[in-house]
Design a protein around this ligand. Sequence first.
Ligand code: NAD
Length: 261
Amino acid sequence: MSPPYGSRLANKVAVITGAGSGIGLESSVLFASEGAQVVCADINDKAAAATVEKITSLFGKGRAVSIRADVSNEEDVKKMIQLAVSEFGKLSIVFNNAGIMHPADDNALTTSEDIWDLTMKINVKGVWWGCKYAIEEMRKTGGGSIINTASFVALRGAATPQLAYTASKGAVLAMTRELAVVHAKENIRFNSLCPGPLRTPLLMEFLNTDDKKNRRLVHVPMGRFGEAIEQAKAALFLASDESSYMTGTDMAVDGGLCAAY
Ligand code: NAD
């Protein structure tokens, strides 16, 4: 097996959802490069398998496995967590990162109950299932680190209407804080990652005109979209023991957006 590039996650086993694209893909590769063994989960099984192929080509066999998991399906999430244990022997890190932003007009007057329910099912219930099964497993080994992907829209009002999405990410923040407090003494840490606007398929499909993109960038002091790898680096810090005294935080990685007025 080729040695990984670093050892910040040596002897750790991570599960990452949404591992087939964007933040999840970059985090899977980065975590593996720092010594973690990674379960790459995605509703798109081909994309998850491609992430594993990439990890294997870079670092050799035995560093990653893929699974098709819809995070809004409890059984899928249970299997995804069990795979970490059956394949790699334990569970140290869960990055509940998968999420959707419905491309339809999603303001209070135009959004539909279907969009609302689907968004909540994946973005909120999916994080709950991920936390629930992770807690059960991490208790057995004395703790772990759980990172939940929220968004800057949970911290500031978004200028482009996306009401169901915003509400779902607010719920992720609130849930993460409560879990952090409740499980702090068990050494299970929970932190939220709050990305700013990124150049990933999720946002680029939503902001599908130059006008929409420019309107979003007006609010970003750095004047550019973020890259998925910039989120992965923050997630790596939260996943590693370097953040051992951090729990219940909302880490904004947003080009200065939340600092601006
Ligand atoms: P992306 O579209 O590049 O990747 C999302 C991945 O999640 C895809 O591979 C997709 O197949 C997978 N996925 C979707 N539904 C799923 C489900 N039900 N079960 C399992 N996997 C599923 O998007 P991204 O930008 O990397 O987004 C990752 C997270 O970051 C999301 O939670 C998103 O809300 C959040 N976020 C993104 C931005 C942004 O600007 N892109 C900003 C703030 C927060």
